[in-house]
Write a protein that binds this ligand. Structure first.
Ligand code: GTP
Ligand code: MG
Length: 466
């Protein structure tokens, strides 16, 4: 292969590898990981008590110093030793608990490279864990999800997948299809032997199993939008005319005086954003400049930027000043904006001049009245109503990556085609390949069926050291 000719490290080369597993920043501890066949003996070369480390039993800790090639002390550490197959990767591994800090972690890694480890590629430890049968691909993907989880709800869903809930769901759907495929192939063999011919056309053995699998796969595909929402979050913009109380509402939702509030219309010029959690959904909340025709050139740029922001937002909270009531410009905006991405808010209900108009959520950014209801309305708008299927995915049995979604769609298309061909009275030897295609697509989700480039592409997006 070209990769090995050029001597470029590759995921499959099985070399001893090392990486810094914690962020390069000031911290109490840094973890530097070293793994691969023979890695305990190799790591001992960079350790002050080489014999003790080399002989350390499985799952034990050894205290000592990491040392450079001339024996110079680099850091006082605790080395945790794992022996194959009882480690994350299934290979021998040593994890060095170093003192935190950028220079220390880098020096520790240099010492290990000096002893013969090569620097790990992104996700290479997880890759080995998969290759060594420690986990399937849905679990591997959940690890990066966990690393990136922005809210507790997102974390809970990822943990469910890490515990194998999605793997089980996929395997159950696949088993249903395998059952039907096996019955179909037996029938095909039988008809070849006995020359039964086309008698079985239009009758799919175990059709109920195929239909049950289709229902489960459809539910997985339908739940993906919500899974993606918990993973990536949604952009919610606060918009309205100057002085409506947008920045006050923004601060109320962020629970911090982040945006400047004043009674001067046109206070907010450039948009300001903050991440918040609304019922566990990560929300990027954006405060924008009051929408009006502005003569001031700086304010005008702010208004233009706000409008562009609103076009891209998943939801716009359009704030109307309840002390002055609905202005013709408010009505014009509400009539024009995408309905499904609009949540009208009637602010300053504490001042009580006008009652909220029909279809508005009444709030007071000043006192906090109605803000709980507003949060619930935001969650409903972006996630849709809570359903029973949503309960399944909340347990971590939902699909959570583009890769998984693409493969579920492929399986759905193949199952649909198998049923259509059966209904059209086509012979079973034209139906079986479609079932096979669906089974393969599902096998690819868990990694039962995989190719090297798919794997490198996937694990290449992981953190180094993971
Ligand atoms: N009584 C009352 N006053 C409010 C409320 N919310 C905001 N205000 C007041 O309304 C004025 C404008 O508030 P801001 O939050 O700066 O309004 P804005 O929509 O961000 O204004 P621009 O940034 O200029 O577009 C301030 O004097 C706030 O104190 C509310 O719920 N009740
Ligand atoms: Mg403002």
């Amino acid at each position: 292969m070209l990769a090995s000719i050029m001597n470029r490290p590759s995921y499959g080369d099985g070399a001893p590898i090392a990486a810094i597993a914690t962020p390069l920043a000031e911290s109490a501890l840094s973890v530097v990981r070293a793994g691969g066949p023979g890695s305990v003996a190799l790591a001992a070369k960079a350790f002050s008590r080489p014999e003790v480390l080399a002989a350390a039993p499985a799952s034990s800790a050894v205290h000592g110093w990491l040392v450079g090639p001339g024996g110079e002390r680099i850091d006082e550490v605790v080395a945790v030793v794992f022996r194959a197959p009882r480690s994350f990767t299934g290979e021998d591994t040593v994890e060095f608990m170093c003192h935190g800090g950028v220079a220390t972690a880098k020096a520790a890694l240099r010492a290990l490279v000096g002893a013969g480890f090569r620097e790990a590629l992104p996700g290479e430890f997880s890759f080995r864990s998969f290759v060594n049968g420690k986990m399937d691909l849905t679990r591997a993907e959940s690890i990066m999800e966990l690393v990136g989880a922005k809210t507790d709800e997102a974390r809970t869903r990822a943990v469910g997948r890490l515990a194998g809930a999605l793997e089980r769901e996929i395997n159950e759907a696949k088993d249903l299809l395998v059952r039907a495929l096996t019955a179909t192939e037996i029938l095909l063999d039988y008809s070849e032997d006995d020359g039964v011919g086309e008698d079985e056309a239009g009758i799919l053995p175990d059709r109920e199993a195929v239909e049950a699998a289709a229902v489960r796969l459809e539910a997985l595909a339908a739940g993906y939008r919500v899974e993606r929402l918990y993973r990536d979050g949604a952009t919610v913009a606060v918009a309205g005319r100057p002085n409506a109380g947008k920045s006050s509402l923004f601060n109320r939702l962020v629970k911090e005086e982040r945006s400047i509030v004043s009674d001067v219309p046109g206070t907010t010029r450039d948009w300001i954003e903050a991440w918040i959690s609304i019922e566990g959904i990560p929300v990027r909340l954006v405060d924008t400049a009051g929408l009006r025709h502005a003569d001031d050139p700086v304010e005008r740029v702010g208004v233009e930027r706000s409008r562009a922001m609103l076009d891209g937002a998943d939801l716009t909270l359009y704030v109307v000043d309840g002390t002055t009531g609905l202005h013709p410009e408010d009505a014009a905006f509400l009539a024009r904006h995408r309905k499904e991405a609009l949540l009208p808010v009637w602010n300053k209900i504490d001042a009580g001049a006008f009652a909220p108009a029909e279809g508005f959520v009444g709030v007071s950014a000043e006192t906090g009245d109605g803000v709980g209801e507003l949060a619930a309305a935001i969650a409903r708008s972006i996630a849709g109503p809570k359903t029973e299927a949503a309960g399944d995915s909340a347990r971590g049995a939902g699909i959570a990556s583009e890769r998984q979604k693409g493969l579920v769609d492929r399986a759905i298309a193949a199952v649909g085609e198998a049923l259509r061909r059966t209904d059209a009275g086509l012979a079973l030897d034209l139906v079986a390949p479609e079932l096979r295609e669906a089974v393969d697509a599902l096998g690819e989700i868990t990694g039962e069926v995989s190719t090297e480039d798919i794997l490198e592409n996937m694990f290449g997006r992981f953190c180094v050291g993971k």
